[in-house]
Write a protein that binds this ligand. Structure first.
Ligand code: SAH
Length: 240
């Protein structure tokens, strides 16, 4: 289908992640498709389509696929809060994805779970973010929280809220991950199928440890606002 003007697609999981963007955007039209509102309009001088698709890999992949099907999206930005992995990131730091991996995809045999890319395919299981978009996201993030609070690296996605120090260490050791969340790799895999460049921008709401629930409760809204600010700066940059 892919109707109309070229737009930048912006996708989030939760309402607090879309709130600032919708409050600043000039929305011309809202289409409700599959229970998700797709808002088209202008934000920071760019034509955009914005949607909050829901939490987890299934809903975010469905949201991405509807967006790429129905609108003329030339680049897709997924943004939202995440758990920081490893020692360097702190709560409210920003992580720009270089690649995404589904940490819960693989094989379960007698010895337990083994991560593996899909069998009988050429997939590596790693989805590479567009370098130019990642650079723009990096610059925008530095503008919001400063270079000492901005990181880039692997983001690990799975259908689990991670609140475990041992598991978060495993994500670090196995994938070299910097952040963990529940959508990025799913959206990335859909974008790859559609051949649409994508970026993932994550603000750390927690450290995916024993205090993760408390941390996301207290810091989630502020972290989500930072995501919105980074996206708007990035759109300004894309205008040039
Ligand atoms: N109030 C919500 C909280 C969901 S938290 C609820 O109870 O359902 C999960 C969302 O935040 C997901 O969109 C995920 O991408 C992100 N996230 C933040 N910290 C995370 C963590 N430690 N592990 C996994 N996902 C995390």
């Amino acid at each position: 289908m892919k109707n109309g003007e070229e737009r930048v697609g912006i996708l989030t999981a939760m309402e607090n992640e879309v709130r600032l963007l919708l409050s600043k955007a000039e929305i011309e039209r809202t289409d409700r498709i599959g229970g998700v509102n797709f808002h088209t309009g202008t934000l920071s001088g760019r034509k955009v389509v914005i949607a909050q698709a829901g939490i987890g890999k299934a809903l975010s992949a469905a949201g991405a696929s509807t967006m790429l099907n129905q609108y003329n999206v030339k680049a897709l930005i997924f943004t939202g809060v995440a758990g920081g992995v490893g020692d360097e990131t702190r709560v409210l730091d920003l992580v720009i994805g270089t690649e995404l991996v589904q940490y819960d995809y693989g094989i379960r045999n007698q010895d337990g779970f083994h991560w593996s890319p899909p069998l009988f395919s050429s997939d590596t299981g790693h989805f590479i973010c567009d370098a130019e978009l990642a650079d723009m996201a990096w610059n925008a993030a530095v503008g919001v929280v400063g270079p000492e609070h901005t990181f880039r690296g692997v983001i690990a996605s799975g259908d689990q809220f991670v609140a475990s120090e041992s598991f978060v260490r495993e994500l670090r050791d196995t994938f070299g991950a910097v952040a963990c969340e529940m959508e990025g790799a799913a959206v990335a895999s859909v974008c790859e199928q559609y051949g649409v460049p994508f970026a993932v921008i994550r603000s750390m709401s927690d450290k995916a440890d024993g205090k993760a629930h408390e941390s996301i409760e207290n810091m989630g809204d502020l972290a989500a606002d930072h995501c919105g600010r980074v996206v708007m700066r990035m759109l300004e940059e894309m205008k040039k």
